[in-house]
Design a protein around this ligand. Structure first.
Ligand code: CP3
Length: 344
């Protein structure tokens, strides 16, 4: 059957005159309606686990802007929590988790297939969304990639250089690798359940892939992505997968072919021209406007948006930012970006 949804057409390799568009962190603190619903939920994690309110915040940017895709409202750190790690968020600072650096701590984690009790409300949010979204809007599910999730589980928080995870890899490879495997298996199960609940596309966020160099990148970013993607494809052959090995640099080249991803999301540390020449030659790409333009706006935003559209116009492209929109962004600038992409 011919595919009507613009995002699915791009993911199937179709070049479109106007690229479909959505935005990382499109449901977030730059939107007053998000802040109101988050206040109603009490805190961020309660919002993630309240299916009705999580459905509501997922829909907010669709109502306001008419994006071509909605992304499930949840977080990559719900998987560690479902595996038994303690998780909480410190206002103004970010996530905190109990740490895993020894075999004893690893052994206290739950098996991968035990995550679903905790994550059941997330699957319910996906179900709600499939019933609530407009016909033309694609629903994207997601998970963190094993390396990125491991960096938080090992350090117990976000780190500028992922030092603690690199240290564990150097000092206790056995613990590091069993942890990576556990996260990998849980991620496959989690994404599979999102697909069963109605996710039409899934995206794997490897936000810290850029700190893996050389062989380490191949072993801990590329190989897990390939395993996750091939297993998901064997279970759900028709569901497209977007991979985001952020700041992979030259390692973006060939990543789609090597992993089986249908689309590679590009961050804005590379130029769109480079991305078109080196990555889009293999298929669909997503990206890559700098999110700072959502704060600064103006003619510069218009010019840079056009540059991205123009650079990728000869192949399949999903317009997006290079990373998530920040809380200090102006909602008007988002509208200006969308109007520029759509030629209005
Ligand atoms: O994109 C979306 O709108 C979907 C929802 C989504 C969230 N987090 C909601 C969120 C997605 C896809 C994520 C992914 C995520 N979470 C990543 C990978 C992508 C990336 O940004 O690199 C990472 C590393 C996390 C972990 C995480 N969650 C951090 C480090 C933080 C704190 C930083 C911050 O922005 O406050 C979060 C919190 C978080 N996740 C918020 C949202 C909307 C803000 C929480 C709030 O409302 O206070």
């Amino acid at each position: 059957m011919a595919q009507q949804k613009t995002i699915l057409r791009a993911l199937a390799g179709e070049k479109q005159d106007v690229p479909p568009i959505w935005m990382m962190r499109q449901a977030g603190r730059y939107l007053p309606e998000y802040k109101a619903t988050r206040a109603q939920a009490g805190d961020f994690l309660s919002l993630c686990y309240n299916s009705d309110l999580a459905t509501e915040v997922t829909l907010q940017p669709i109502r306001r802007y008419g994006f071509d895709a909605a992304i499930l409202f949840a977080d990559i750190l719900l998987v560690p929590q479902a595996l038994g790690a303690d998780l909480w968020f410190v206002t103004g600072e970010g996530p905190r988790l109990s740490t895993i650096t020894t075999m004893n701590e690893f052994n206290a984690l739950k098996p991968a297939d035990a995550i679903h009790d905790t994550l059941a409300p997330i699957y319910q949010t996906v179900k709600n969304l499939r019933g609530a979204l407009p016909d033309e809007t694609t629903l994207i599910g997601f998970a963190g990639a094993p390396w990125t999730v491991a960096t938080y589980m090992i350090a117990g928080r976000g780190t500028p250089d992922q030092g603690p995870a690199h240290a564990l890899k150097a000092e206790n490879l056995e613990v590091f690798e069993v942890l990576m495997d556990r996260i990998t298996e849980a991620t496959i199960d989690y994404l599979s359940m999102q697909i069963d609940a109605g996710a039409e596309v899934v995206k794997l966020f490897d936000s810290w892939a850029g700190s893996l160099k050389g062989d380490d990148f191949d072993k801990y970013a590329l190989a897990p992505a390939k395993h996750i993607i091939s297993t998901l494809k064997s279970r759900h052959p028709d569901v497209p997968i977007i991979a985001f090995p952020r700041e992979a640099g030259d390692k973006y080249i060939g990543f789609a072919k090597a992993t089986g991803a249908d689309c590679v999301a590009l961050d804005n540390s590379i130029t769109p021209e480079w991305g078109a020449q080196n990555v889009q030659v293999d298929g669909c790409v997503q990206g890559n406007l700098a999110s700072s333009h959502m704060v600064t706006g103006g003619q510069n935003l218009i010019d840079e948006t056009r540059k991205v559209v123009d650079a990728f116009k000869n192949g399949p492209h999903i317009f997006n930012l290079g990373h998530g929109i920040t809380p200090d962004a102006d909602p008007e600038n988002v509208q200006l970006m969308i109007d520029t992409v759509r030629g209005k």
